[in-house]
Design a protein around this ligand. Structure first.
Ligand SMILES: *Cc1c(COP(=O)(O)O)cnc(C)c1O
Length: 489
């Protein structure tokens, strides 16, 4: 960087090593009032030279500037589909920081952690009520981990009956974690096509159902944002054939207070607390993916199970048919506190309203953009809407649109997913966005479509207002350069 002036907030930031100046340091100590001694030679590090020598304010400014490089839902609209990036009310964070909860050690004996156990018990009970299941475990640490828990329970249920089925049916509208989970549990995946409507039909499932099928895994609403309207009949067909139905419940944000998967005949389903229940997205581990089960799967729940014994709450380890423990201690307690705070502060009417607004917002975007962007499926959307780039002219594609949105100040939506739509653009506005925000976003989408027709280079060159321009995405993913090595190493 050779320009004159400060690096500012919008420009590139030097590495902390490049801020270094020999002899500068970030502390000052009072004058020595004891005799000075030299450190023993063997304790002095010699092999790495060149650590940054910076003042405290250099460090604070450097990291504060870097922190502004993150785009988050707290800094702007984040329309990523399939992820439910809704705003998380800060009151949940305040609850999770209450000292008695935040400082509660997992080894605290049961009689001294009644409050924590009671909170977990209430959260389980609330999730069971919201989803229509007989019991819920909070142990899994993410949605995909919940899928693993659920499918291990499916396998245990079949094994207990002495049956050795080898196949799991998965429609093409499922999330990619579903086939991965089935394979991890030792099953062969049988992909089934949803067909042109984007919704699975009972007839298709009947064609594939046989006595080697252990389960159907279905995402509902599916990854096209469509409700699987045949779900009750589909469950009946799978049950009649001796199988179980797993529901990927990551999209429960569309259903709360309106419909319950347990009532549809689903046997087992995971929740993503970080999507529906307003907890931080956890990078695939430090989150929570509770699992709800129908009565017949209760014996197989991962242990321990939080139970209420008269007025006392405890962890029940005496579960001989359990699939075993899935997580150290009992999962990520801090996440459970946030989800419980969210459920309590919303109440049942609030949760229902959230789902209604999530669906309304997705359909609003759909209605405003459908005249310009191609809509591959005609069924009414639930919480998200999937367009394609089929209408974009002049060799402009989904990736160009996504990059151009960055220049307009938006995080791009999910792109090229689900795979059943070529050039998919998947938008999930969530209930937390106002009409004004949705209108601004739609205006940007429409302006970009106009640019594609009149000045397509604007799309092909985007983003141009960012610190770095368009990256070689393959190289960035395959050969990421994430570390700095001191000279000579
Ligand atoms: C997010 C998601 C998952 C995976 O959940 P994680 O918590 O990210 O592991 C599974 N299925 C669907 C439909 C999802 O949207």
């Amino acid at each position: 960087m050779n320009r004159i002036g400060t690096s500012g907030l919008q420009l590139n930031e030097k590495l902390i090593f490049e801020h270094s100046d020999s002899g500068r340091c970030g502390y000052s100590l009072p004058k020595l009032d004891v005799p000075a001694v030299s450190l023993p030679e063997q304790m002095i590090r010699t092999e790495v030279a060149g650590f940054p020598e910076v003042s405290e304010i250099d460090v604070v400014r450097h990291y504060t500037r870097l922190s502004t490089w993150n785009y988050g839902v707290d800094s702007g609209f984040y329309p990523l589909g399939s992820c439910t990036m809704k705003y998380n009310p800060k009151v949940n964070e305040a609850a999770a920081r209450i000292a008695g909860l935040a400082d509660c050690h997992p080894y605290t004996p049961g009689h001294l952690s009644q409050g924590a156990l009671e909170l977990m018990f209430h959260l389980q009970t609330a999730l069971a009520e919201i989803s229509g299941f007989a019991a819920v475990t909070l142990q899994p640490a993410a949605g995909a981990h919940g899928e693993l828990a659920g499918m291990l329970m499916v396998r245990a249920w079949h094994e207990a009956k002495g049956s050795r089925r080898s196949k799991v049916l998965i429609p093409d509208t499922a999330h990619g974690t579903n086939p991965a989970t089935a394979a991890l549990c030792g099953y062969d995946v049988v992909p089934i096509e949803s067909g042109g409507s984007g919704v699975l039909t009972a007839e298709t499932v009947a064609q594939f159902m046989n006595d080697d099928v252990a389960a159907l895994m279905v995402t509902n609403p599916n990854t096209l944002g469509l409700f699987e309207s045949d779900i009750k009949k589909i469950c009946e067909i799978v049950h009649a054939g001796g199988g179980l139905v797993y529901c990927d419940g990551a999209n429960l944000n569309a259903l709360m207070g309106i419909a319950r998967p347990g009532d549809m005949g689903i046997d087992v389903m995971h929740f993503n607390l970080h999507k529906t229940f307003s907890t931080p997205h956890g990078g695939g581990g430090p989150g929570s993916g509770p699992v709800g089960v129908a009565k017949k799967l209760i014996p197989y729940l991962p242990k321990p199970v939080v139970v209420q014994n008269k007025t006392e709450y405890k962890l029940d380890f005496d579960r001989p048919e359990s699939i075993g423990r899935l997580r150290s201690f009992y999962g990520n307690f801090g996440i459970m506190v946030r989800a419980w705070a969210y459920i309590l502060s919303m109440g049942s009417d609030g949760l229902k309203f959230a789902s209604q607004m999530a669906v309304l917002n997705a359909n609003y975007i759909r209605a405003r953009l459908a005249a310009v962007y191609h809509l591959p499926h005609q069924h009414r959307s639930l919480h998200e809407v999937v367009f394609s780039d089929a209408n974009l002219p002049n060799d402009c594609h989904t990736l160009d649109l996504a990059k151009r949105l960055i220049d307009y100040g938006y995080h791009p939506p999910t792109i090229y997913f689900p795979l059943v739509v070529k050039g998919a653009i998947m938008i999930e506005p969530t209930e937390t966005e106002s009409k004004e925000i949705l209108d601004e976003f739609c205006d940007a989408m429409l302006a970009i479509a106009k640019e594609a027709a009149e000045n397509p280079d604007l799309l092909h060159a985007a983003p141009t207002l960012t610190r770095v321009g368009r990256l070689d995405e393959t190289a960035a993913a395959r050969q990421p350069c994430l570390s700095w090595l001191p000279e000579g190493l």
